[in-house]
Design a protein around this ligand. Structure first.
Ligand SMILES: *[C@@H]1O[C@H](CO)[C@@H](O)[C@H](O)[C@H]1NC(C)=O
Ligand SMILES: *[C@@H]1O[C@H](CO)[C@@H](O)[C@H](O)[C@H]1NC(C)=O
Ligand SMILES: *[C@@H]1O[C@H](CO)[C@@H](O)[C@H](O)[C@H]1NC(C)=O
Ligand SMILES: *[C@@H]1O[C@H](CO)[C@@H](O)[C@H](O)[C@H]1NC(C)=O
Ligand SMILES: *[C@@H]1O[C@H](CO)[C@@H](O)[C@H](O)[C@H]1NC(C)=O
Ligand SMILES: *[C@@H]1O[C@H](CO)[C@@H](O)[C@H](O)[C@H]1NC(C)=O
Length: 653
């Protein structure tokens, strides 16, 4: 009962009629929350339908000079007559104002209309002023309008902890020294408000020789959707070195959260390029200069020993530092159950002194791990963790060579409360279980979605026949794809030139194992003039449902005759029978993209470059009919094609 009264008071007190600055507008001004954390605002008559013919009603929020305005809609219902809102009822928003004034020439940041799901729930100003301008037409609707809360927050919360380079808009450097903190934060320009259009920012990190750089992108909100990063105007690119020509280890577009990147050496270079018409919120990220884990195990031993490569016992230093950046990493339930189990029955556990292992890629890039006592039986009540930590572009790949765990019925599907091996990767800042293996079926190969993977072995019962498991691991930069030439300027891209080979095979990352999550891979085919490429997919299992879009949380495979998206081909997902795809000309692109949910086993395909005259003429007419049925845009003329190519080139410059 208190709140409506309060806002009614505000309305009464502050309802001043239009002044010189905003002629014809009625104004509501909010500059106080009167000791409360939030204030409220609402459309006239809310929750009853708002009146027709509101020519201009301004909601002006004014914070202190060091503050920004946050508004949160609790309800939103503005009658939508036009797709782009203009012409009907709408709420115009101004986020980037110098002064608490607007007129008809002021640039606005967006127009809102429709229901609650059509509008962003939260809006931030970049300066101390935010203005909403409400218009309604003479057509009376029963729409109820909006209600929301506002508050003022200290803009220094979003200060980047680096040195801004003089003469630049948003270039920063972060240098590790005795006089600086070894961790901090950085943000896209104007964060948490939307970033400006047409900007290019650089964040240059320089660690000491004994350190590496760890970045966690906590929230990334660029453009919505699941379009491949190749075709995005707003992207973040992470380079493993000093500049933009260093190998690209991660490209982020659309949206992401808790994404971790580790540099290989002491340098890391991050570019943020924004060129879209409707900028998103941007990103917030944390950085850390992390001491290298110095290898203590002699490398020769690691290579020759078929057994466990033990580094330092106990929780490694990395984990401690990880904890303050992502608290839930070290607090996963998986890792605390062992000690609890022992305390319960009070027995002295019959396991090796310490079977927990940390394997980093700083030394050797491959090796093997096995259960305690392998190939003999493992002791009952064994619990071991194998923590793999790669860096840069590396992914962790694990191939099982032997698998034999005690199981009363040998049903590999029923793995609860029985001897089992679990695999975890980092998803949304938490170590999430992606698989659970038991019995004696050899698991498929595993691959991490980022630099880390953890295996947890729980041998609860054991038996004389249980050998345990053995696996070969590698820190790989090629995603398990052995064919083609890997391109250095994208995290996962492979080039197939007809000058190198006229035919061959290619497959999804980690095939025939489950493909990793949050991964985008490209396969580029370059024929010679007059050639086309024919692809034959003999295996296809990509998690998703038609039309393979973000809304159904689908992973997908996309085909294109260009770098840009090609509407001639629909996206592919699901479990498909063998099929073929052909290019129109000498260039063809295949893009695979997975999200952070559910995995499939991917695809296996062969390619063949065909000379035009090799193509049986009977194929062409059928293919043409195929065209017209799937075409949504007309045939692309040469000038348009050139324009598209130029556009794509300019986006990637
Ligand atoms: C409005 O936006 C245009 C293009 O983005 C820009 O050129 C112009 O200077 C802006 N006007 C004001 C008043 O900021
Ligand atoms: C508004 O609601 C009234 C009563 O429920 C109804 O008669 C009228 O047609 C509605 N008007 C619109 C524009 O939906
Ligand atoms: C930084 O600190 C280390 C150890 O405390 C010291 O040896 C080194 O000289 C210092 N470097 C600088 C540039 O002050
Ligand atoms: C590690 O890789 C090297 C080179 O590729 C290979 O010769 C060696 O057998 C591998 N070691 C293991 C344990 O797989
Ligand atoms: C493949 O072909 C492209 C374009 O024809 C060329 O730029 C590139 O250098 C070639 N790459 C290799 C590895 O042959
Ligand atoms: C992948 O396809 C190729 C030929 O297209 C075939 O030789 C190979 O055995 C397949 N691999 C798997 C694991 O099915």
């Amino acid at each position: 009962m208190e709140e409506p009264l309060c806002s009614l008071l505000l309305v009464l007190i502050l309802f001043v009629s239009g002044d010189a600055v905003n002629p014809g507008c009625d104004c509501l001004q909010y500059s106080e929350t009167y000791g409360k954390e939030y204030g409220t605002f609402n459309s006239p008559d809310y929750p009853r339908p708002y009146p027709a013919n509101i020519n201009c009603l301004l909601y002006t929020f004014i914070a202190d000079i060091e503050e920004i305005v946050e508004i949160t809609f609790k309800d939103f219902d503005v009658y939508k007559t036009h797709l782009d809102c203009i012409g009907g009822d709408f709420l115009k928003i101004f986020l980037h104002l110098e002064k608490p004034e607007v007129d008809e020439y002021t640039n606005w940041s967006g127009l809102l209309c429709g229901g609650y799901s059509d509008v962003p729930a939260v809006l931030y100003s970049s300066g101390p002023v935010l203005i909403l301008e409400f218009h309604t037409t003479d057509a009376s609707s029963n729409a109820t309008g909006f209600i929301g809360t506002f508050r003022f927050i200290d803009r220094r919360t979003f200060r980047t902890d680096g040195q801004k380079l003089p003469g630049t808009i948003c270039d920063y450097q972060f240098i590790s020294s005795n006089h600086t903190l070894n961790h901090g934060r950085f943000y896209s320009p104007r964060y948490p408000s939307n970033y400006p259009q047409n900007i290019k920012c650089a964040y240059r990190f320089r660690a000491r020789a004994t350190e590496r750089i760890r970045i966690v992108f906590e929230e990334v909100t660029l453009q919505k959707g699941d379009v491949s990063c190749l075709n995005r105007a707003d992207v973040i690119k992470v380079h493993d070195g000093r500049s933009a020509v260093s190998p690209t280890i991660r490209v982020v577009c659309n949206e992401a959260s808790a994404l971790e990147v580790l540099s290989t050496g002491p340098d890391l270079f991050i570019e943020f390029l924004a060129d879209s018409e409707w900028p998103g919120q941007g990103f917030k990220a944390a950085f850390q200069f992390q001491p290298l884990l110095l290898e203590t195990t002699p490398q020769t031993e690691a290579e020759t020993s078929a057994d466990v490569v033990v580094e330092k016992p106990g929780p490694p230093a990395v984990q401690k530092q990880t904890a303050d950046l992502i608290p839930s990493v070290s607090a996963t339930s998986c890792c605390s159950c062992r000690s609890a189990e022992y305390k319960e029955d009070g027995n002295v556990p019959v396991i090796p002194a310490n079977c927990d292992v940390v394997v980093t890629s700083d030394g050797v890039k491959n090796g093997s791990v096995a259960s305690p006592g392998y190939p003999g039986p493992y002791p009952a009540r064994t619990s071991c963790r194998y923590d793999f930590q790669g860096r840069g572009k590396e992914r962790v790949q694990v191939f099982f060579t032997d698998f034999s765990l005690y199981h009363p019925t040998d049903d590999s599907k029923e793995c609860e409360s029985i001897d089992s091996l679990m695999a975890y990767v980092l998803i949304d800042g938490r170590m999430e279980k992606i698989d659970n293996f038991c019995g004696s079926t050899l698991p498929r190969p595993l691959m991490s979605n980022g630099p880390r993977l953890m295996l947890e072995f729980r041998g609860i019962y054991s038996s004389r026949q249980s050998r345990g498991f053995r696996a070969v691991y590698s820190f790989t930069e090629n995603f398990g794809v052995q064919s083609g030439q890997q391109a250095p300027d994208l995290p996962c891209a492979f080039v197939f030139n007809s000058t190198e080979a006229n035919e061959g095979i290619f497959h999804s990352p980690n095939f025939p194992g489950f493909y990793p999550r949050d991964t985008e891979c490209h396969y580029f085919f370059n024929g010679q003039t007059g050639q086309r490429v024919k692809l034959n997919f003999n295996y296809f299992d990509v998690e998703g449902v038609l039309p393979c879009e973000a809304i159904s949380a689908s992973d997908y495979v996309e085909f294109s005759n260009f770098m840009a998206r090609d509407r001639k081909y629909s996206r592919h997902c699901g479990q498909l029978q063998e099929f073929s795809v052909e290019s129109d000309r000498k260039f063809f692109r295949v893009t695979f993209r997975s999200n952070d949910r559910l995995d499939g086993t991917g695809f296996n395909a062969s390619y063949q470059f065909l000379d035009q005259e090799d193509i049986p003429t009977s194929v062409r007419p059928t293919e043409r009919t195929g065209h017209s049925s799937t075409l949504t845009i007309g045939p692309i003329s040469h000038p348009t094609l050139i324009l598209i190519i130029l556009l794509v080139i300019s986006v990637f410059k």
